[in-house]
Write a protein of this length. Structure first.
Length: 278
């Protein structure tokens, strides 16, 4: 079986995503919410190394990963596959964390999805993309996206994916993370679900110059109210010439889309993490 570019690779580089628009449509019987959003991959990356080992071990470098090590999604990905593949060997996992945490960029979900793919290919588990997506969806609502890792229209909890012909390679992007952690559960609790007048599936196909008036993230109103600095960052992006600016997910990373190589110099607070994707 052809394992593609993953064959024999022990180091992979999970990338993050941004949300282009996000609508909370309804509350579900299971306590989650149905939503619609556009996931778009962005090349800000972590590094994930896996080696066969006598016992399961995890360590990290770079940005400090909060919480208990046992709760790390890379470890959970290994345990999930181990249940169905008892022959899966123990591994030594090293994660170098570069993607901001708690920023609405899906870094942890990306790490988990890339872990599933790495284990699948390194140990020849022969899982199909559809099977990997099913495993990924068990780890988190947006994990499944990173198996596809291409622009997608997402519905359900974010795990029902439809590839979209959206290409921003002709634009430059500025991502600003002010270090504010927004609790996702709190953010959902601030929103009254409703159907938008125009589906994101339709509005995303309009010219980028019209997105400012068409594509909305429902989380922005409550999150901006709690953290006014995020509204200020969005305004700064527009003042600097952004064609479209938005918060990613439930925040707090702010994204500006500019004409190619037209990102104006902005003096940001020294504590912010700022990424240019040109």
């Amino acid at each position: 079986m052809d394992h593609g570019p993953w064959t024999n690779r022990m180091i992979v580089f999970p990338n993050c995503k941004i949300n282009l628009g996000l609508h909370i449509l309804r509350r579900r019987a299971d306590g989650f919410h149905d939503l619609e959003t556009i996931f778009y991959p962005v090349q800000i990356k972590d590094a994930l190394e896996v080696l066969a080992h006598d016992e399961l071990h995890f360590n990290s470098s770079g940005i400090t990963v909060p919480g208990n090590t046992a709760d790390n999604l890379c470890l959970k990905a290994w345990h999930l596959l181990k249940k169905d593949f008892p022959e899966l060997p123990a591994v030594n996992i090293h994660l170098h964390k570069h993607i901001p945490i708690g920023a609405g960029l899906g870094g942890g979900s990306a790490d988990a999805a890339f872990m599933l793919q790495l284990l699948n290919d390194k140990f020849r588990l022969e899982l199909s993309a559809a099977q990997l997506i099913n495993y990924a969806a068990q780890l988190g609502s947006d994990c499944a996206f990173f198996i596809r890792n291409q622009p997608c229209y997402a519905t359900g909890r974010g795990e029902v994916l439809q590839p979209l012909a959206v290409d921003l390679s002709g634009y430059s992007m500025l991502l600003v993370y002010p270090g504010i952690h927004v609790n996702t559960g709190w953010a959902f609790g601030q929103i009254t679900p409703q159907q938008p007048e125009l589906s994101l599936q339709e509005s995303i196909l309009q010219p980028v110059t019209s997105w400012k008036d068409l594509i909305i993230n429902d989380f922005e109103a409550p999150v901006f109210s709690a953290h006014p600095v995020l509204r200020e960052i969005k305004e700064q992006l527009y003042e600097a010439g952004a064609l479209y600016a938005t918060m990613s997910g439930s925040g707090s990373a702010m994204v500006g889309i500019f004409g190619k190589n037209k990102i104006a110099g902005i003096l940001w607070d020294a504590s912010y993490r700022v990424f240019e994707i040109i």
